[in-house]
Design a protein around this ligand. Structure first.
Ligand SMILES: NC(=O)c1ccc[n+]([C@@H]2O[C@H](COP(=O)([O-])OP(=O)(O)OC[C@H]3O[C@@H](n4cnc5c(N)ncnc54)[C@H](O)[C@@H]3O)[C@@H](O)[C@H]2O)c1
Length: 261
């Protein structure tokens, strides 16, 4: 693991570490290596079924439960985080998502609309709720950096990505729009990282994921980026080296998004 003290004296919240494969898990390890102080969070089911407590011990981070479908739980998380850090903080990683239609194997042409709304709420609106809560409570420092994970299915049709495609399109729009207001108000940066397919728990529930992973790996001149590669890129975005980068959707995909044939 590389180490450049990029995040010395920086503090932040990482959402979405479930197990070692998670992009959030790898980012927490890299951020710790770069000198950051971290709070981990996930929803109660993941705390029971995942391994987040192992990670928490390893990086000496508290775990504060938060189901992002609840605004009250988000508000509680932000209040407890500022209390723990003793002040406002410097970064947030939004590395989470859930499609209830994918889990229930509903086809895109036969969606359950109650589940569709839940997908949008958890996977996209949650970013707005987190940002609005931080904005209201003045919880982020000047030039703080917020990063959300997204996928190229927001721009191009990827069969089987299902209602997550609309969730990612909404997420990227929230990045641009909240990024504008938070930038004007307090120089806070908001960006999304559009990551290669990576073999994580969330990805494995997508039908034909393995075939898709193989195709993007072959098409990308640099091959698919791993979760550990993504973690390094995210730490750079948390760092002071990217203070004027905001409202962007940044492709971290080995070049896949620019390849024609
Ligand atoms: N793996 C990929 O191929 C890939 C590619 C591009 C983008 N992404 C994005 O990366 C992010 C992280 O996913 P991952 O691939 O590391 O998988 P993962 O399964 O490790 O992480 C998903 C996380 O979302 C959390 N989550 C689900 N519902 C929640 C809720 N209601 N409240 C709080 N947390 C909740 C889960 O507990 C889990 O920790 C997601 O936004 C995903 O869409 C993944």
């Amino acid at each position: 693991m590389i180490k450049n003290n990029l995040l010395q004296n920086k503090k932040g919240i990482i959402f979405g570490a479930l197990d070692e494969d998670s992009i959030a898990w790898q980012t927490a390890l890299q951020a710790k290596e770069e000198g950051a102080e971290i709070i981990l969070t996930n929803f109660p089911a993941a705390l029971r079924l995942g391994k987040i407590n192992d990670l928490a011990k390893k990086i000496n981070a508290p775990v504060i439960p938060c189901d992002v479908s609840s605004l009250e739980e988000i508000q509680n998380l932000i209040e407890k985080s500022t209390a723990h850090f003793g002040d406002s903080f410097d970064f947030i990683l939004h590395s989470l998502g859930m499609s209830y239609n994918i889990r229930k194997k509903k086809e895109y042409t036969n969606l359950d609309y109650d589940q569709y709304l839940k997908t949008l709420d958890v996977s996209a609106l949650s970013l707005h709720k987190i940002l609005q809560t931080c904005y209201d409570k003045n919880a982020l420092n000047e030039f703080a950096s917020v990063v959300a994970l997204t996928f190229i299915a927001a721009q191009r049709t990827v069969p089987n990505y299902n209602d997550m495609a609309e969730a990612k399109a909404a997420l990227e729009s929230i990045v641009r729009n909240f990024g504008y207001y938070y930038g004007k108000e307090k120089n806070v940066r908001v960006n999304s990282v559009s990551q290669s397919p990576s073999k994580t728990n969330a990805a494995q529930s997508i039908e034909n994921f393995e075939a898709f992973y193989k195709i993007t790996n072959e098409k990308s001149p640099l091959g698919n980026a791993t979760a550990a590669d993504c973690a390094k890129f995210i730490c750079m975005l948390f760092s002071d080296y990217t203070q004027k980068v905001t409202m962007q959707n940044l492709y971290h995909d080995g070049g896949f998004s620019s390849v024609g044939i």
